[in-house]
Design a protein around this ligand. Structure first.
Ligand code: ADP
Ligand code: MG
Length: 701
């Protein structure tokens, strides 16, 4: 392997003792390898002129010759932008400036040949270029320019120590002179062939000194592929090893509890997706090894039923089961609906939350240690150390994205024998992200909603149309429906949000006066008891309107509520909007979701509203979300502490490469789980080396 690259960078020609310190501190470059993998962040391609027709989404900066046909200022205030339509005869692109519009406008001339230089970005089917460089076209000069170069990111401190992008470029040249001949391939030959990859040597050379655009793209592909492939390989290997080592209860009996429930209590036919998923769970739990499964399913897809059946399976095998929910409201609701569904079964179900009284708590603790209590439902209170089980066989974690990973781990450490673990999430995680985050979990997906659900209609209104919205609410209430009105609650401006909520409540009670209309209100500052009381009034249909903050976001189930009004919808993220919308559409009636926003929206907010109006598919939505925000920002991933140090790949943008890398890794591991075959030797060595480096993948399981 390329161990010689582990040499200290100080021995490289051109790196003196002062520069070493700055490279260490500012760019984390310690070894030759660090320098070699310090890639340009963009490329300056003045080697040729491109035509608009030739543009592709993954190109770096390019130059085009053409003319500006028209110039226009769009938008107002801080959202103002300058837009110019540019054409070269093969097509048109939009040039945009968000800053300095006035100055630039005065310098732009229409219908005169110019050179524009910038990165083309594909948006809504056509290309635009933000803040391009512009110069007049000059036939003679254009012939002479002939460069295609990487530009490296440098900090102020680096520049002050005379380490500029140019300096790095020179260092890279020195480095290549010394090491190029010695660089060995790090991927097996059959993979290189199968995926038509550049050799490592060529990829590294072309990422720093691209021969042309095409070679640059090939180099990027090779390096991204390898980066993602190695992560997938490590995760899959760990997955296999886990399966071998962690023993758990064998849930082989399907007994009275399950059968009675299935044949007598089940109020509906399971969907095919539910059946398939439950089969997967049963299979997993019957191997003698621990189940570690992530169950994904869109809002309303019926995950609770899967949870209940899994718990009954555990009880049938003389083991206890527990389900943990992120909020008290949700835990209480699970408790109520699970008690109702299991009526007639001789089964003990307990509820434990932050507001369970000490006396009741003592009784619960006793029944848990004696084994009398079969199923425990609760919140975080469940993982306090005082809660001990006699024999816990199955742990279910609902709305996984709400919990940190550490809490997940604590629950199952309580027991001598590790229980099976099922984590459920309704924040559908895009496949690509799930693969990376949960590469070592098995993933089941409920991809089908129960029959008879009418797709929710989503409408976007601005504040100016509020009276129309009130009118619409009245009509629906007249028909016997109930309505949610939700306000955002974001911590930093809690006071302000609270005022929004109070004002909103006031205007609604004015528009919907007693005694004809009953309005509930629920927010985070209320006591759990009062919250529950208000919630129950709405559940029972005693109130028409529920005014709430996002406390109702997760899991609440009121089938008769068919209208969801989301206030200041632009302040919510896509996945949260989708969660909220999922509160309606649970009954047989046509449901509606109304997104209220101000009429000034940023491009991104507008895209979010358009996405919500366009689709009900949570997976579709989360793909858009991932593209908009990047993976680090998605619900849950931030707290899950997954920080893959990706040097070149991007989880949001490179999902296709990730897919290939995943397939490739799966094939290798299926064929050679321990990587013992001769052809996989280099992979084995690479894994071993990474483990020595303590790339701590364990933190994410
Ligand atoms: P989620 O996946 O969001 O947790 P729930 O488990 O709360 O969804 O289920 C939503 C609603 O759908 C509940 O009222 C539940 O009783 C109902 N439901 C679940 N499975 C089915 C099914 N197979 N047929 C009809 N209704 C179902
Ligand atoms: Mg649920």
């Amino acid at each position: 392997m390329n161990d010689f690259l582990d040499q200290d960078v100080m021995y490289l020609l051109g790196v003196g003792p002062k520069k070493v310190q700055v490279l260490n501190k500012e760019a984390k470059i310690y070894t030759l390898a660090d320098l070699l993998y310090f890639f340009p962040y963009k490329y300056i391609d003045k080697s040729k002129f491109y035509s608009v027709a030739e543009l592709q989404p993954d190109m770096s900066q390019v130059q085009i010759v053409g003319i500006i046909k028209s110039i226009q200022e769009i938008g107002e205030g801080r959202r103002k932008r300058l837009s110019a339509i540019f054409t070269d005869g093969t097509g048109t692109i939009e040039l945009v400036w968000f800053k300095g519009a006035k100055w630039i406008k005065s310098n732009l001339i229409t219908n005169k040949r110019i050179i524009v230089f910038g990165k083309p970005t594909l948006f809504n089917g056509s290309f635009n270029m933000a803040h391009p460089e512009i110069e007049p076209f000059d036939e003679e000069k254009a012939k002479k320019v002939n460069t295609f170069e990487g530009a490296y990111l440098t900090t102020e401190k680096m520049k002050n120590s005379f380490i500029t992008s140019k300096t790095i470029n020179t260092l890279q040249k020195n480095l290549f002179r010394e090491v190029f001949a010695k660089i060995q391939e790090t991927l097996p030959e059959q993979i290189i062939k199968k995926y038509k990859l550049l050799s490592l040597k060529q990829a590294l050379l072309n990422i720093h000194f691209p021969k042309n655009q095409q070679f640059l793209q090939l180099a990027e592909f090779r390096l991204k592929f390898e980066e993602l492939f190695i992560i997938q390989l490590a995760l899959l290997r760990k997955n296999r090893l886990n399966k071998k080592t962690i023993a758990s209860h064998k849930l082989e009996h399907v007994g009275d509890y399950f059968n009675q429930f299935y044949h007598k209590c089940l109020p509906f036919e399971l969907t095919n997706a539910q059946k398939r998923v439950f089969k997967e769970i049963r299979y997993d739990c019957n191997t003698g090894m621990q189940m570690n499964r992530l169950l994904q399913g869109d809002v309303g897809s019926g995950k609770t039923m899967i949870a209940l059946m899994s718990m009954l399976l555990s009880v049938d095998n003389n083991l206890q089961a527990a389900i943990m929910a992120p909020t008290e409201i949700l835990a209480t609701q699970h408790y109520a609906s699970i008690c109702e569904m299991t009526e007639g079964l001789d089964i003990n179900i307990g509820l434990l939350t932050g507001s369970t009284r000490a006396k009741q708590r003592r009784i619960l603790h006793e029944q848990l240690t004696s084994g009398e209590m079969h199923i425990l439902i609760g919140t975080h209170a469940l993982i306090e150390d005082t809660v001990q089980f006699k024999n816990l066989g199955m742990v279910i974690i609902d709305e996984q994205h709400r919990f940190g990973v550490i809490q997940r781990a604590r629950l199952w450490k309580k027991n001598r024998i590790t229980p099976h673990v099922l984590v459920m999430t309704a924040t559908p995680i895009p496949r690509t992200l799930a693969m990376t985050l949960y590469g070592d979990l098995d993933v089941s997906t409920i991809d089908e909603l129960p029959p008879g659900r009418k797709p929710i209609k989503t409408i976007h209104f601005t504040d100016a149309q509020r009276l129309r919205v009130f009118g619409f609410m009245r009509e629906e209430i007249e028909k016997g429906r109930q309505v949610y009105v939700v306000y955002p609650l974001i911590k930093e401006s809690e006071k302000l949000d609270f005022k929004d909520l109070e004002d909103g409540y006031e205007s609604i009670t004015r528009a919907f006066p007693l005694p004809q209309y009953q309005v509930s209100i629920v927010h985070g500052k209320m006591k759990p008891k009062d919250k529950d009381y208000e919630m129950q009034r709405f559940v029972k249909g005693e109130t028409h309107i529920m005014v709430a903050t996002t406390v109702i976001e997760v899991g609440v189930n009121v089938p008769n509520a068919s209208v969801m009004i989301i206030e200041s919808a632009e302040r919510f993220g896509l996945s949260q909007l989708h969660q909220l919308r999922g509160r309606v559409g649970r009954g047989a009636e046509q449901s509606f979701c109304v997104l209220m926003t101000s009429n000034k929206l940023s491009n991104e907010s507008r895209l979010r509203m358009e996405t919500m109006v366009r689709t009900n598919d949570g997976f579709d939505i989360s793909e858009v979300d991932l593209k908009l925000r990047g993976p680090g920002d998605l619900d849950g991933t931030a707290q899950s502490g997954v920080g893959f140090d990706l040097k070149i790949a991007n989880l949001g943008k490179d999902s296709q490469i990730l897919q290939l890398a995943r397939e490739c890794a799966t094939e290798i591991i299926d064929d050679d789980p321990m990587l013992q075959k001769e052809e996989n030797r280099i992979l084995f060595q690479k894994m071993a080396k990474n483990e020595r480096k303590k790339i701590n993948l364990s933190q994410i399981s």
